[in-house]
Design a binder for this molecule. Sequence first.
Ligand SMILES: [Zn+2]
Length: 599
Amino acid sequence: MQKRLTRAEVPAELTWNLTDIYPDEDAWEAAMAAAEGEIGSVTKYEGKLAEGAATLLACLEAQEELRKCLIPVMSYASLNLSADGTSPSAQAAAARVGALMAKMQAATSFVRTEALSLPEGTLERYLAEEPGLESFRRMIEQLLEEKPHVLSAETEVALAALSEVLNAPSTVYQRSKSSDMTFEPVTDKDGNQLPMSFAGYEGRYERSADVTLRRNAFASFTKGLKAYKNTYAATWATEVKKNVVLARLRGYKSAIDMILSGQEVTQEVYDNLHDIILTELAPHMRRYAELRKRVLGLDRLLYCDIEAPLDPGFSPETTYEAASEVILRGLSVLGQEYTAIIAEGLKSRWIDRADNIGKSTGAFCNSVYGVHPYILITWTGNMRNALTLSHELGHAGHGVMAQRYQRLSNTRTSMFFIEAPSTINELLVGNDILGRSTDARMRRWVMMQFLMTYHHNFVRHLIEGELQRRIYAMAEKGRPVTETVLSRVQGEILEEFWGDTVEVDDGARLTWMRQPHYYRGLYPYTYSAGLTIGTAVAGAIREEGEPAVERWLAVLKSGGTKKPIELAAMAGVDMTKPDPIRKAVAYVGSLIDEVVKSF
Ligand SMILES: [Zn+2]
């Protein structure tokens, strides 16, 4: 049986280089102490914001400087923990950072509450008087929108002091998943025993062509999940309850309303995405499922078969180096400045591609202000990894561009927009491969990879989003959220979507246990927003060329200076209308048509 490596056994060149942040732990310790010391540079303005616009400006600048000190301290600890969740020192460091963050939030929460308690019209007057505040305009306008929902100063301090506790559901989920959860080894069709892990299931076995291995792995995965189903249900229910209670305390209509306000998205846009995609995409996806059943010669299509490869004899392998070239070629349409960022990231160890015990599952990008983005991925040598990497590099490129052209306070975009830059890159790289390939099988492979992306973002994540939508609606009515409820509702949504083409079993009903996204507000549905925008922009770049590229680069450089719907509009996409959503769904339908015809 092949043994999984520990973090210490992994070759350094496969890991990200955290010495770009701090040369060693001692330097991190020193930075941690320095950051803590900086808190006073903000708190000295407490009680003074009424003095005038210049004081508010000085306070906001000090707060931004404090964040510049904290971000690397925080990132260093969280990246270490993602690389090895089983490391006691990484766990301890993350806990200390969590405590420091809570202290900082409690100490500086006055900025928000005090600014909001200034007499009516004061903030507007400050903005008019002090030109220096101009670059904080959006932050101030966001504060004004929040104003009706702010609680008394003492309550806000209490909530800020409890932030670590309020984040406990996420911490418990992540810690348990990476360190406690174990799975029985699985057997493939030849009787070989293989190691099994959460990442291994999602990264490898779930899409294995070996039906024995795939189904055995799902059985082992389901058994492993089941041991924690009540724990995770309680964890998730606590998260939901937290948001419902906070929304009520703050006077929002609902938790969904509160979270969407934070994302600057209307309920109508949110509902449109769920309603249109889940109903209009379903017939196309069922057609795709039927093709899968026929081509694979299966008498029943189980939930664990829905991503089984349709052409398993054709699985282009690639090395990291070759994939880097393919990615750079595909993204070259975005121009020199952009490509230089990506090239730098690929060669300078921004990326952690090792597979080791305790490593976080999935892939992510964390753009560390003042340093560079860091990307986590588990490299398995398949061309699919190249597309995942292009996706994460989309986040990285966005992070670098935003930080290059905007001050720190203006770099962050709404969650609604976050997945647009990443999905555009995935489409650009994929389309470039498609455009150069004359081999029908390769072309079909690329289209099926696209379909995998749409499956993830429009189906999997949106079904997660739908689960959130229904569970929050129940919780608002005071109905308990338990394992039985979560599994039942999960099963209902899957059955509504797949009809009778896919068998929804016990394991499928536990899908709600798989996503850390549930602990990040309304994250799952934003993938479909990002991909809708991404599909439209990638299409425009293909059809119009330069003007569409210019619009897109301007959007990336704008960082978080605009609302997400405005950023989409800048890129030429009107997300207030159902049209771009319908167009993206139709595009998926056309891909499925082509793939069905090719078999
Ligand atoms: Zn992403």
